[in-house]
Design a protein around this ligand. Sequence first.
Ligand SMILES: N[C@H](CCC[C@H](N)C(=O)O)C(=O)O
Length: 277
Amino acid sequence: MKFTKMHGCGNDYIYINGFQVKVDNPAQLSIKMSNRHFGVGSDGIVLILPSDVADFRMRMFNSDGSEAEMCGNAIRCVGKYVYDNKMTDKTSITIETLAGIKILDMTVVDEKVTYAKVDMGEPILKAEDIPVISDKSPVIGEEIDVNGKTFEFTCVSMGNPHAIAYVDDTDTFEVEKIGKLVEIDEKFPKKVNVEFAQIIDNETIKMRVWERGSGETLACGTGACATLVASVLNNLTDRKAVVKLIGGDLLIEWDKESNHIYMSGEAVTTFEGEWLL
Ligand SMILES: N[C@H](CCC[C@H](N)C(=O)O)C(=O)O
């Protein structure tokens, strides 16, 4: 089975063209292919599929095999994949996801997509829509005790759940130790992506992320969007900011008029291969 390896800001996935090959058990395949020693190595897999309601459809599976509602870095790469492989000649396309239909506007250089701006839709800020037990809405100040220390989270859904805490220095923060416990905290019945953010100024945020189902990744597109929303709700930044992640920068804007979040960033193809197992 042919595959294409791509990344957005170092958040790397294996892309499989569902127009050409049928994947019977994507969850199991994701676990196998994502393994960085016995497989290809990735944060998960992405299936590119036909859609009845959009130009294309995307299904994304974390490296533990769990399927996520949405993946920001991956959707930019899906746009790049379908354009570069001449499955469309449009630079503005729609992609169906479990979090609704998203619109991509792609930048093309020498007939290849290099960058995309994605309309990520509206953030979800009501507790009843975010899989948390808390009855507060929006969920600012959700206190979670981890290893005897209380952390305060702001919870935002981008179709997938996120919990954001603010720290003094992301470089030295114990992301794995804390993130892995919050990910499975009982307050999050669907588990949660955990972001640790450091405010640099009112238009710059440094962020690291412990992703649901994948562990720490070099970047998280939906997480960057959720972190911008949380930062505005907590009066820490403007509605447009650069989110600086280990793997690269994303430009996030929460448009006041439409209430839509726009995420802009790179999309990179690293190699193509053949899966033989
Ligand atoms: N781990 C996430 C899915 C991938 C999100 C992230 N890689 C992104 O770019 O948005 C979840 O289970 O909700």
